[in-house]
Design a protein around this ligand. Structure first.
Ligand code: NAP
Ligand code: LUD
Length: 282
């Protein structure tokens, strides 16, 4: 039986509607949530994502400013801008779009963002709080994955979750969030011995690898829920995930499409975190 589609585009629209109401409520109390997005260089995908983040803010009434800096910007110039944004009371969130040019130390940049404005949730303290289950910002993409599961009515409790990928921005945090929801979690990576066997154990499979269509239907347990985080642009311009959609769909009970799955959720959860940051300030 073909899986049901977990429609990220639709669910993201619902999240944005909720955020819009929260923004109105905050504005009635005299608080206008604000976000700064910083883009360094001219990575075409980043340009699309940043434009969409700005548009999404405008739609829900969040004040948004985009700082577009040339790829030749020095690390010190970038850090100086972040320090200025840290001090700006109009701004509740600051996001520096990744990847950064090679000459800039990503860690230094993330460390410079004020903790209470780290709406990406990438700072070491925030991640530490996520690990110990303390109050924190959930990184937007993993947060989006969790909301997708919730909207499909899937409770991770007691289920076997397999996460393919261990990056700091997706794999590790999504594994921690699944663990916090009482799943039994396995994290796979490039040195995992038998990836297919690990994946076949999964009731919930999260793919965050960056390899087009590498997870195929034969690697999926009958009835599994498949969350495809991957965004890969093929030479012919087509956008595909890390999961081979057609074959996986025959096995899964639920599956996210690419595009229209996790991507739009990432942007919606950024809005949610920005409102949360504004709420915490008051
Ligand atoms: P990343 O930093 O490149 O991490 C990739 C992970 O996959 C690494 O942990 C790597 O293992 C693992 N891996 C690579 N080849 C593998 C293999 N053959 N078998 C098993 N594991 C393998 O990537 P990322 O930033 O997490 O992003 C992953 C994908 O998600 C990309 O397509 C990216 O564009 C997409 N993405 C989408 C969103 C969204 O909003 N939808 C957000 C962020 C990222 P090692 O650690 O051993 O190297
Ligand atoms: N850096 C992110 N870098 C890349 N897809 C995103 C993303 C929207 N600091 C920082 O925004 O959270 C971040 N914080 N990321 N990403 C990836 C990652 C970052 C990826 C995809 C989309 C944000 C998105 O809207 C659409 C979809 O999947 O339907 C497709 C858009 C297209 O390319 O056509």
């Amino acid at each position: 039986m073909a899986a049901q589609i977990l429609d990220g585009k639709q669910i993201a629209a619902e999240v944005r509607e909720g955020v819009k109401k929260e923004v109105e409520e905050l504005k009635s109390k005299g608080i206008h949530p604000g976000l700064a997005v910083v883009l360094v260089g001219d990575n075409p995908a980043s340009q699309v994502y940043v434009r969409n983040k700005h548009k999404a803010c405008e739609e829900v009434g969040i004040y948004s400013e985009v700082h577009r800096l040339p790829g030749t910007t020095s690390q010190e110039e970038l850090l100086a801008l972040i320090r200025k944004l840290n001090e700006d009371p109009k701004l509740h969130g600051i996001l520096v779009q990744l990847p950064l040019p090679d000459h800039i130390d990503e860690k230094k940049v993330i460390d410079t963002i004020a903790l209470d404005k780290d709406v990406d949730g990438f700072s070491p303290s925030n991640v530490g709080n996520l690990v110990i289950g303390d109050k924190c910002f959930y990184p937007c993409t993993p947060y989006g994955c969790m909301v997708l599961l919730e909207k499909a009515g899937i409770d991770p409790k007691g289920k076997k979750a397999v996460v393919v990928g261990r990056s700091n921005i997706v794999g590790k945090p999504v594994a921690l969030m699944l663990l916090a929801r009482h799943a039994t979690v396995t994290i796979c990576h490039s040195r995992t011995k038998d990836l297919a066997a690990e994946c076949r154990q999964a009731d919930i499979l999260v793919a965050a690898v960056g390899k087009p269509e590498m997870i195929t239907g034969d690697m999926i347990k009958e009835g599994a829920v498949v969350i495809d985080v991957g965004i890969n642009r093929l030479d012919n311009g087509k956008l595909v995930g890390d999961v081979h959609f057609e074959s996986a769909r025959e096995k899964a009970s639920w599956i996210t499409p690419v595009p229209g799955g996790v991507g739009p959720m990432t942007i919606a959860m950024l809005l949610k975190n920005t409102v949360e940051a504004a709420r915490r300030r008051c």
